[in-house]
Design a protein around this ligand. Structure first.
Ligand SMILES: [Zn+2]
Length: 247
């Protein structure tokens, strides 16, 4: 058996999960032409799987997910890796607890990242990011160097998410599914806070209630339920979009 066979076999499930996460994110409004990417570590190795460049999030299949090392060298797979690999590589280097990274440009969270307003628990989702979501302000440009990636990992610190000024978001998790749900929840939290602010003064969950609320919203059981819902919704969505054969 060749090394290539090993990655193909051992990575099959992870590649499928990365591809599914990309398409769920697209379905939920995180698509921005061919930008944005999802990755996850290949456990027990210094490598991670990531969506290849040149495709929209909605187009990604397991065959479009490539294996790279922390310096961005391709180990296996047919696609060309994204130029923003330092986002992923440097977060994996800095955070042993992180197994997956999502980077997207969703409209509300990206608009929110352009401000200095703290994210509040205006909706349920906001509670998940309490007490604050850090902002990455080192550059507004693409993150393409190790220095930029390290600065992003420093801004993220031990948080679940980071707002990237005039650019987008990064979320992390202990699985592809968790990091992806955080990306969906961060976008919704930002959206609802922006909408509430349009009405004038607004309220948010008091600090004393927030930790307990966040625990209700983010248990392993809740994560499984929430993700299961999105996967079912994705199947319906893709079925509805599938071209029908001419009669
Ligand atoms: Zn980006």
């Amino acid at each position: 058996m060749t090394t290539g066979d090993r990655w193909e076999r051992e990575g099959a499930d992870l590649r499928e999960r990365v591809a599914t996460a990309c398409r769920v994110l697209a379905m939920e409004g995180h698509a921005d032409i061919t930008q944005g990417h999802v990755s996850c570590r290949h456990p027990g190795t210094p490598y991670y799987w990531i969506k290849a460049s040149g495709l929209g999030l909605d187009e990604v299949t397991a065959d479009d997910v490539v294996l790279v090392d922390l310096d961005g060298n391709r180990i296996w797979g047919r696609g060309k890796p994204h130029s923003e690999l330092p986002i992923h590589g440097e977060i994996y280097r800095a955070r042993a607890d992180v197994m997956a990274v999502v980077h997207t440009h969703p409209p509300y969270a990206t608009a929110f990242a352009a401000s200095d307003v703290p994210l509040r628990a205006v909706s349920h989702e906001g509670a998940l990011f309490w007490p604050e979501v850090p902002r990455y302000t080192f550059t507004t440009d693409l993150v393409v160097t190790r220095e930029q990636g390290e600065a992003l990992a420093r801004s993220l610190g031990s948080a679940r998410a980071c707002l990237m000024r005039n650019h987008g978001i990064v979320t992390v998790g202990s699985s592809v599914e968790e990091a992806s749900l955080f990306a969906l929840q961060l976008e919704r939290a930002a959206k609802l806070q922006i909408l509430a602010a349009c009405l004038g003064p607004y309220t948010w969950t008091p600090d004393a209630e927030t930790a307990e609320k966040a625990a209700h919203l983010h248990s392993p059981r809740q994560l499984e339920r929430n993700w299961g819902y999105y996967v079912r919704k994705l199947k319906r969505w893709e079925l509805a979009l599938a071209p029908t054969a001419p009669a």
